[in-house]
Design a binder for this molecule. Structure first.
Ligand code: AMP
Ligand code: MG
Length: 489
């Protein structure tokens, strides 16, 4: 286990040409202090969890003091935002401190968000407010707990730095980690400015790190695009199956290795609704829950366009065309597992669709219903009152339940075994907006960091019943509904 001053850096991104980034140093915040430190993320870079007690740690984690071996830079990228190309983005407030090697051969970007302006900051201040940092910290760890690929979060450092948003707030930094922060948008800027050689160089950087079996192969760029399509299809299937809505699926927020990246106005479904839009500035619902698979495809088309100099259009179109099939396959696989189905039946897609329309119609809490469905009995129909109760007297559900029961009986499903399998896939706890909001209020109003720690630990194991946390699995209380999250904070 290492101290913060002993990390083993290997800054490969920094060895790429200067046009790939802007060398920049973090701008310290006033009175930095440690709000939360995540030992699970620390373990990924062999960082000793005892370092949390090192009084100098908040300085290192917020960029006020340089971590030995780090070589900070802001990454260049562009992207399509709400369907429109913006040539002028780049990391305006996130600094790649460097890439840390661990003893198991893994490598992790240390990426510091909120540490001041970079060359790409445009008119913005380079800061992040505490509430948005808390949301990203908790949600990325919650997604990891759910088994969904995501960036991770090492620490939150709070401060007395004043940051102007709709009101004056306090600035904070998030130190996040990922195997890479390269995005679809990282390729777009080079493509649209005619720098095909850089597109190729960046593709080789990603291939070497994440698709090493393709390195040096002829036709590797097409295979790389296929790999990205596959990872994206899997990621979106996982989002849809757990009810996660990203909120801002611009191409610059799409990870090239299929991670959930750049948490802003995200939200988890409560009532099942394809129309759910967590971002209040998304007036037309471009990034609604139900649109996410189509938007992912649209974004992949933009990536294919950006790879135009290394993958001929006829080929890339065909590769991207596979997205729907792959997505459908992954989604069906996951949903079948969530329903506890073991065998294949051509009627399964209709069974799943049928259930979702009933949930939508009856405005039922998606997470809690799926969890409760584990109590469904194929052996004794009379025991099925519990899951049915959530839906009131829905006759459509009764019909659906009869079909589900027949399906279970047909494959000899055993209630207890199925319940166990389903409970390991249908979470008891998700990061409902109001839970995050309560943790934020505790910190902002009372300087109490304990709720963040409680949620981090709870959401690490979202599938296990955790005694004393019954309240945390309840849908949003009516008094806390209608919470609105702004886009850039
Ligand atoms: P986002 O909506 O967080 O994906 O941000 C879009 C782009 O704007 C990204 O390139 C960010 O780095 C940049 N950005 C967002 N907020 C700020 C800020 N406060 N200061 C500088 N750049 C920002
Ligand atoms: Mg972003």
């Amino acid at each position: 286990m290492k101290r913060i001053t002993e990390l083993d850096f290997d800054n490969a991104y920094r060895r790429l040409p200067g046009d790939f980034y802007d060398v920049v140093h973090p701008t310290p915040l006033k009175n930095p202090r440690l709000v939360s430190f995540n030992p699970d993320a620390a373990a990924l870079i062999d960082l000793d969890p005892e370092e949390a007690n090192n009084p100098g740690l908040p300085l290192y984690l917020s960029g006020a003091r340089a971590i030995p071996g780090s070589e900070p830079l802001a990454m260049y990228y562009t992207g399509h935002q709400f369907g429109v190309y913006n040539p002028d983005i780049g990391d305006g407030r996130a600094i790649l401190l460097g890439e840390v090697r661990n003893s198991r051969g893994g490598k992790w970007d240390l990426h510091l968000k909120g540490a001041g302006r970079t060359a790409y900051a445009r008119v913005f201040d380079g800061r992040a407010v505490l509430r948005s940092v808390i949301r990203e910290y908790l949600s990325s760890e919650a997604m990891h707990g759910l088994g969904i690929p995501t960036t991770r979060a090492l620490s939150i450092v709070g401060s007395d730095e004043k940051v102007e948003r709709e009101t004056t707030e306090r600035g904070a930094t998030l130190l996040r980690m990922a195997e890479t922060h390269v995005r679809f948008g990282s390729f777009e800027g080079f493509h649209y400015t005619g720098r095909g050689d850089y597109v190729k160089l960046l593709a080789d950087y990603v291939i070497d790190g994440f698709f090493p079996h393709l390195a040096g192969e002829e036709g590797r760029y097409a295979s790389f695009l296929s790999g990205v399509v596959d990872r994206t299809a899997k990621l979106i299937a996982l989002w849809q199956a757990c009810g996660f809505t990203h909120g801002v699926m611009n191409t610059d927020n799409m990870s090239i290795i299929g991670l959930t990246l750049d948490y802003g106005p995200f939200g988890f479904l409560e009532e099942y609704s394809p129309e759910y839009i967590p971002n209040h500035s998304d007036h037309f619902g471009r990034y609604s829950f139900g649109n996410q698979p189509s938007i992912a495809l649209w974004n992949l088309q933009k990536l294919a366009e950006a790879l135009g100099s290394v993958v001929p259009r006829e080929i890339s179109q065909e590769i991207v065309f596979n997205f729907r099939g792959l997505y459908g396959k992954y989604y069906l696989e996951i949903m079948k597992q969530k329903l506890g189905l073991l065998s294949d039946d051509p009627r399964d897609p209709a069974l799943i669709k049928g259930l979702l329309s009933i949930l939508e119609e009856t405005k039922t809490d998606y997470t809690n219903f799926m969890r409760g469905l584990g109590d469904f009995s194929a052996e004794d129909g009379a025991r099925n009152e519990h899951p049915a109760r959530m839906l009131g007297e829905s006759s459509a559900f009764k019909e659906w339940a009869a079909a589900y029961r027949r399906r279970l009986v047909s494959e000899g499903s055993i209630d207890a075994e199925r319940k166990e399998a389903m409970s390991s896939l249908n979470p008891k706890y998700i990061l409902r907006n109001y839970l995050a909001e309560r943790a934020i209020r505790k910190v902002e109003d009372e300087g109490d960091y304990a709720e963040i720690e409680r949620l981090r630990i709870l959401l690490k194991n979202p599938f296990s019943e955790q005694p004393g946390f019954g309240e945390y699995s309840k849908p949003t209380p009516p008094s806390e509904r209608g919470l609105v999250i702004s886009c850039s904070s």
